[in-house]
Design a protein around this ligand. Structure first.
Ligand SMILES: NC(=O)c1ccc[n+]([C@@H]2O[C@H](COP(=O)([O-])OP(=O)(O)OC[C@H]3O[C@@H](n4cnc5c(N)ncnc54)[C@H](OP(=O)(O)O)[C@@H]3O)[C@@H](O)[C@H]2O)c1
Length: 280
């Protein structure tokens, strides 16, 4: 019996656990074993993407797991090169065939790619795929407010969630505030900043020592208290368990501000500003 992770409700009624498993680089048999192990200890939300080339791995883990499909929340994402309407529809179907699933719980546009200017037709494909029962909830990644405003203006449908780069070095305060005001959930990618520098940070170490927790646990608790869903990736069963063992302590306002205060304007991991960066 694994740990129970609290859930939040999205604006379209789908519930999601506040921590999921990131799967970038989890592939093949070893990746599937890792994901089955994570499900065994309590993970219910699994993040994947067409471009991670691991939808098959995730689907395999879902079938091998002892947890019923309907208790799992599986995510995938539409790549930039398939944003025109017809390609987007085919790609959603292809994602399902690769995973051998009947539906995705959550399907996201991976990047807005504003210069390409086709994210609105991609969004229309997601809206239609939801109507056809292929997807339960539709959202975006890396969208700026102006991109989401355009989606709603041109299609009448706003995203349930926006998955964005969010960690102590890049706390996304204005973007999170906009999400809150517009009832769009925030999901944090690279929530541990890929375990670079951040895990050696003295400020967070002091807070961790005070609570007798690890730095990763303090950071993931910070995400939770910000109201964001985080999807830390770990291939280690011990670290997967560590990452969901954060519901028996809390950070006070000072500690929250100390962690948020580590943010720097150039704090993005790879300088991927969605206003300019494009990914295909
Ligand atoms: N939408 C997007 O554009 C986008 C972009 C990037 C990522 N993502 C998603 O977000 C997920 C998470 O981001 P990420 O994989 O980039 O980075 P991350 O989750 O911040 O960090 C992953 C790294 O942290 C290590 N780690 C995990 N837990 C740890 C712990 N408790 N102690 C020490 N080290 C720990 C992992 O190593 P071990 O595996 O060895 O434990 C791995 O090297 C991805 O896997 C992917 O699903 C989405």
């Amino acid at each position: 019996m694994g740990k129970t992770i609290p859930e939040i409700i999205l604006n379209d009624g789908l519930t999601l656990p506040v921590i999921g498993l990131g799967t970038y680089k989890l592939k093949g048999n070893e990746g599937a074993n890792t994901i089955v192990g994570a499900i065994d200890i309590g993970y219910r939300l699994i993040d994947s993407a067409y471009n991670y080339e691991n939808e098959g791995t995730v689907g395999n883990a879902v079938r091998r797991s002892s947890v019923p499909r309907e208790e799992l929340k599986i995510t995938s994402k539409l790549p930039g090169r398939y944003q025109n309407y017809d390609n987007a529809v085919t790609t959603i179907q292809e994602s399902l065939y690769r995973a051998n699933l009947d539906y995705y719980d959550l399907y996201l546009i991976h990047w807005p790619n504003p210069k390409q200017d086709s994210y609105v037709e991609a969004w229309q494909a997601l809206i239609d795929a939801k109507k056809w029962g292929l997807i339960r909830s539709i959202g975006v990644c890396n969208f700026l407010p102006e991109h989401m405003e355009r989606l709603e203006k041109e299609t009448g449908v706003k995203p349930s969630i926006n998955q964005i780069e969010l960690h102590p070095f890049f706390n996304q305060a204005p973007q999170r505030k906009w999400h809150e005001e517009n009832n769009i959930a925030t999901e944090s990618w690279s929530p541990l900043a890929r375990a670079n520098q951040v895990l050696q940070n003295d400020t967070i170490q002091q807070i961790a020592d005070h609570h007798n927790k690890s730095i990763s646990q303090v950071i993931l608790r910070w995400h939770y208290q910000l109201g964001a869903i985080s999807i830390p990736k770990s291939s280690s069963p011990a670290r997967q368990l560590e990452n969901i063992s954060i519901f028996d302590f809390s950070l006070n306002e000072t500690e929250m501000s100390m962690i948020s205060g580590l943010t720097r304007p150039d704090g993005r991991i790879n300088n991927q500003d969605p206003a300019a960066y494009e990914e295909f």
